[in-house]
Design a protein around this ligand. Structure first.
Ligand code: MG
Ligand code: ZN
Length: 221
């Protein structure tokens, strides 16, 4: 039987993803895959999150970007062990890129690994990286229609950050319309409206993440 090429790629990716997840589980390390369009605030969210957790947990960051290591420098300055993956033009990360990055960081010494995916709302959602949770960073300036336009991405996430809420008074963004769009696709998603700039709303997100880290550590074999 001939298997279509796309299906074969996805299957091979899923096998590597499963191995990544087993590796993280063996070390009791929680893995997050952060998705967003460019400019939504993925790196800024990581920069604001790391200092709030680093007294309690040790954190690694895998930075996916088409070029440059600017983001890895930022997350490293925030206090995380950071590794840069340059995808060389590819618009998403896949499980083998993440496997190579995980081999470069000391998992024995970590509690959390945050993977910052390439800024793109389309294909990153199709590639399981072997992390435990997908986290989507949406932001107010992108507009309230994004759940309707990118249903696959919104459907596949476990947590949703709604960033830049400080801009709500300045732009036409109907929060109820946005939330309705999310609810239709994904009613169990944990939502965190917040502003990385002002710090407002960060606490519930930090609490949620801390709880996920503790659960994964407790399940360590
Ligand atoms: Mg970034
Ligand atoms: Zn892609």
């Amino acid at each position: 039987m001939r298997i279509p090429v796309v299906e074969r790629i996805t299957k091979a990716n899923d096998q590597v993803a499963e191995l990544n997840r087993e590796l993280l589980n063996r070390h009791g390390v929680l893995g997050l895959n952060i998705l967003a369009s460019p400019g939504a605030g993925k790196t800024t969210l990581i920069e604001k999150t790391v200092p709030r957790l680093k007294e309690r947990f040790r954190i690694g960051v895998v930075e996916g970007d088409i070029a440059t290591n600017m983001d890895a420098e930022r997350t490293s300055a925030a206090g995380a062990v950071s590794v840069q993956i340059n995808t060389g033009g590819s618009c998403h990360l896949d499980a083998s890129m993440v496997r190579d990055a995980l081999n470069q960081i000391p998992l024995d010494e970590l509690d959390l690994v945050i993977v910052e995916n390439v800024g793109n709302l389309i294909c990153p959602a199709a590639f399981d990286l072997g992390t435990h949770h997908n986290v989507l960073v949406a932001s107010i300036p992108e507009g309230d229609d994004k759940p309707y336009k990118y249903p696959r991405t919104y459907r596949g996430v476990d947590a949703l950050i709604i960033n830049k809420t400080d801009l709500l008074p300045h732009v036409d963004f109907d929060l109820d319309k946005f939330k309705r769009g999310v609810e239709i696709l994904n009613e169990r998603v944990a939502s965190f409206p917040l502003s990385c700039r002002t710090g407002e709303g960060l606490e519930p997100w930090i609490d949620w993440l801390g709880e996920q880290i503790r659960r994964t550590a407790a399940a360590k074999p």
